[in-house]
Ligand binder design. Structure first.
Ligand code: BES
Ligand code: ZN
Length: 854
């Protein structure tokens, strides 16, 4: 039984009132902050009934309340403040409240809280109600003015600066916004600043605010911001719309970053970078997240969501935009492959288990639990499909119409699809199923060659998901190409549009039976089931002109080989090793691409594949098979591997460029394999000579992977002990590479070390998140992995329910495994559920996961 109520999309009603303006005054104090709010309200003309006024509020101590200057005594309960209809004027009125809150004790990191002595806020989705009484819903948009009183040197809020003096500052945001975009920061901060002039000539001051001493680690974030601002002008015709754009880095943050209007707040790990402290992956992530939050200024802020069911309207679209941006900044092919790897490991996994839900859910208990891979990643894929179906030109026109028609609106998925319908004349009702039905479609394909006609026949199956037993056929854009047996492309990429359960497509005029390259660019988020001989996969890995499918051929082959190794004790396939060797040593290919081809499928991915075959995955066997595969490949690659490593180990001065990062990725992949042959000798010297964090971490990982590196761990900690973001890597690596039987005790030892700040979400995830990601360790038959994760979720939950609930998704795959493991996992889930005082956040997750299996 849930403490909180279920909210349904079908119950949507506009709010009773409009809020014309909000004036907020903050008198900051760690344990007794006063918040004065003056709201100018009037009845909503769209609501015919005359309703009471109900404002959201949680954990607020009321000091005073007046209506048009007269003191009143509203009805207050733990979640709201209500004024009866008969007490309200018919026309506009002013409501003033004063409340007291205690940011210092706020460990949930939602609302106003303190991190390392600074004040900051996180309001999305429903945190503003922990600051003051307000209609905390995205369709109530208002103009905010803010006055901050504090002796902190830097006082920031949304919009443009409107005055400041000793101990105070005022901010004025001219753009109406929902409360979830409100932000305030106060602290002893230093700025890394730059200027930007928009396409139409508006000068903008850009500042990245950090703790004193971190100013010299902001250059890459600033550079990314400037590139993102230019890109949005050039590609989407969207300009920035305020005089200042501020970014603040904070150490305690539940998420990655937040797009508050004019004042983005970031987890410091996604801002601060220098070659010595940040890996190439960190650089790429910083670039993507800076862009993502900036892009929200149009897709999210200027056009926001009517209600939280429409979350994908802003998140799916903004993820799609940040993927486009990263693709333009770096190798588009490499980015696409990496995005699909993430999609499969996070979203396909979610879609295949008890937490499966549609891109646009129809009900929720705790909205924070719906910031999921499905809403984000699949939400972005759905937009990619839409773009493929209507074409690039129509996509552009539809987006122009969207910005034009809905600027200033709180919009819906219906509004979004309507602009595409209006621009193209297409009926998108079947396409809309991608938003309303959960589950990953399975696409089967067979081919036939007869009398010079080549036929591809596709069948789609849409598996049932919790609460959705019946599914409908989807519109699936299938991009394909055909190669002749010499490897020449005879049919370049075309798009087939599948709309029915079973459909065939014919190709005439071919001289010989072609080799099909199907689902190029991963044109739809489906599981492609094609029985292809290993020779065909190897042929495509060698010859496909589509870089995604070239990689995919190798990946599909690797998964098949691994499944055979696990299920049939088959040997490592020579076919696969030969094909990978050819790519690895092909100097004409991008090093980043070659590095991707050398990366083996992850253990959870292999488990997902085996489960998809209707078999029960054995984590220990998967772990062993994957290691065996890497060991065999290391030997097969012979002396060429050492030569490759030496060639890549140059002395060029460091640059975070994607070209250099690609060379480093290949070098480190080679080092990892070489370690298996020399038990870490080369990795040990690579560690000693490392000139960047990428090399340092790469070498350390290679060592830990072969049970070496204890000395290097000590050296690393001595060098980086005072840098929390760097030390997170140190913690995570030890858990990630721990022997499966010991992973949980390694995690337990690290997290229990005196001085380990496990209340910091980054730290918690570095250890407990890493344990959950150590597939064979988490699912170890002893049950130790399950127990340790559950223990720590229960410790964190009373302090920070949001992060506890997110990390609990470690258990979402439990129904996949054997009876003994299921029994242990279920026992841990039941133990959590039975814990008195469990948060609503964690309770909802555990209940949904338990509902799945037995
Ligand atoms: N709006 C979100 C941040 C957010 C998420 C706030 C959940 C409250 C609850 C932000 O735009 C976002 O999506 N951040 C992502 C990173 C992004 C690059 C996908 C995050 O924080 O993980
Ligand atoms: Zn976002």
């Amino acid at each position: 039984m849930s403490k909180q109520k279920t909210v349904y999309l079908a119950d949507y009603l506009p709010y009773s009132h409009l809020v014309d303006s909000v004036d907020l005054t903050f008198r900051l104090h760690p344990t007794a902050t006063r918040v004065l709010a003056r709201l100018r309200l009037r009845p909503n003309p769209d609501r015919k009934d005359r309703d009471h006024l109900r404002l959201d509020g949680e954990g607020l101590r009321l000091i005073s309340c007046t209506l048009d200057g007269q003191p009143i005594t509203p009805t207050i309960d733990p979640r709201s403040l209500t004024i009866a209809a008969h007490e309200l004027p018919h026309g506009p009125f002013t409501l003033e409240t004063e409340v007291e809150i205690a940011p210092e004790g706020n460990t949930a990191l939602e609302g106003l809280y303190m991190s390392n002595g600074m004040y900051c806020t996180q309001c999305e989705a429903e945190g503003f109600r922990k600051i003051t009484w307000y209609p905390d819903r995205p369709d109530v948009m208002s103009r905010f003015k803010v006055r901050i009183e504090s002796d902190m040197p830097v006082l920031l809020s949304n919009g443009n600066p409107a005055g400041q003096g000793p101990g105070w500052a005022e901010w004025d945001d001219p753009w109406p916004k929902p409360a979830y975009l409100f932000a305030l920061v106060a602290g002893d901060l230093r700025a890394h600043s730059a200027k930007f002039v928009t396409a139409s000539g508006r000068p903008v001051d850009l500042n990245i605010w950090v703790r004193p001493g971190d100013e010299d680690r902001c250059a890459y974030a600033m550079d990314s911001l400037i590139r993102a601002m230019r890109w949005d002008e050039q590609v989407y015709g969207r300009e920035y719309d305020l005089d200042v754009f501020n970014i603040v880095a904070v150490d305690d943050f539940n998420m990655g970053a937040m797009e508050n209007k004019g004042l983005n707040i970031f987890n410091s790990r996604y801002v601060l970078a220098s070659p010595e402290t940040a890996t190439d992956d960190d650089y790429a992530r910083i670039e993507a997240i800076i862009a993502h939050e900036y892009f929200h200024n149009w897709t999210g802020n200027r056009i926001t969501c009517r209600d939280w069911f429409q979350l994908c309207l802003k998140e799916g679209l903004t993820v799609f935009r940040d993927h486009q941006f990263s693709g333009d900044m770096r190798s588009a092919a490499v980015r696409r492959i990496e995005d699909v790897v993430t999609l499969r490991s996070r979203q396909f996994r979610e879609d295949d288990g008890p937490l499966a839900h549609p891109v646009r859910p129809e009900s929720f208990v705790e909205i924070n639990n719906f910031y999921t891979a499905t809403v984000y990643e699949k939400g972005a894929e759905v937009i990619g499909m839409l773009k493929s179906l209507v074409g690039d030109q129509a996509y552009k026109r539809a987006l122009d119409l969207y910005f034009d028609r809905h600027d200033g609106d709180a919009a819906t998925i219906e509004d979004w699809l309507k602009v595409f319908e209006d621009v193209t004349g297409r009926d998108l009702s079947q396409f809309k199923l991608w938003y309303t039905e959960a589950g990953t479609p399975r696409l089967k394909v067979t081919d036939d060659w007869k009398d010079g006609v080549y036929t591809l026949t596709f069948t789609q199956a849409n598996p049932p998901t919790p609460g959705q037993p019946e599914k409908h056929p989807k519109v699936i854009p299938i991009k394909i190409g055909l190669l002749n047996p010499n490897g020449d492309e005879v049919v370049p990429t075309i798009m087939l549009e599948m709309t029915r359960t079973r459909q065939s497509f014919r190709f005439d005029g071919l001289a010989a039976k072609p080799v099909p390259s199907i689902l190029r660019g991963f044109s739809a988020p489906v599981v492609l089931e094609r029985k292809a001989p290993a020779e065909e996969r190897a042929f495509l890995l060698a010859h496909d002109t589509d870089p995604f499918n070239k990689w995919e051929a190798g990946r599909a082959l690797a998964k098949e080989v691994l499944a055979d190794m696990v299920l049939k004790a088959a040997p490592v396939s020579a076919n696969w090793m030969d094909a990978v060797a050819a790519v690895t040593f092909d100097e004409t290919l991008d090093p980043a691409f070659r590095a991707l081809c050398l990366r083996l499928p992850g253990e959870d991915d292999i488990a997902q594949t085996i489960h998809g075959m209707g078999r029960i995955p054995d984590p220990a066997k998967i772990h062993a098979a994957r290691r065996e595969m890497a060991g065999a490949l290391a030997i097969r690659l012979g002396d060429g591997l050492s030569r490759l490593y030496k060639d890549l180990d140059d002395n060029a001065p460091f640059s975070p460029s994607s070209a250099q990062a690609g060379r480093r990725a290949l070098k480190i992949a080679a080092l990892g394999l070489l370690s298996r042959r020399d038990r870490g000798k080369l990795a040990s010297s690579a560690f000693a000579r490392a000139r960047s964090m990428t090399e340092e971490i790469g070498a350390l990982a290679a060592l830990l992977d072969v049970q070496q590196g204890q000395g290097e761990l000590v050296t690393f900690a001595a060098r980086w002990g005072r840098d929390a973001n760097v030390m997170d890597k140190w913690y995570a690596l030890q858990v990630a590479y721990a022997d499966p039987a010991e992973a949980h005790s390694v995690a337990e030892r690290l997290i229990s070390t005196p001085g380990f700040d496990w209340k910091n979400p980054n730290r918690f995830r570095a250890v407990i998140g890493a344990l959950a990601a150590n597939h064979a360790g988490f699912h170890h038959r002893s049950g130790g992995g399950y127990r340790t994760v559950a223990d720590w979720l229960l410790k964190l939950d009373p302090l920070n329910p949001q992060t506890a609930a997110r990390v609990s998704t470690a258990f979402e795959t439990w129904p996949r495994y054997d009876a003994a493991r299921r029994k242990r996992a279920r026992a841990e889930l039941e133990r959590m559920l039975a814990t008195p005082g469990l948060s609503g956040d964690l309770q909802e997750m555990v209940e949904r996961m338990l509902a799945a299996g037995n």
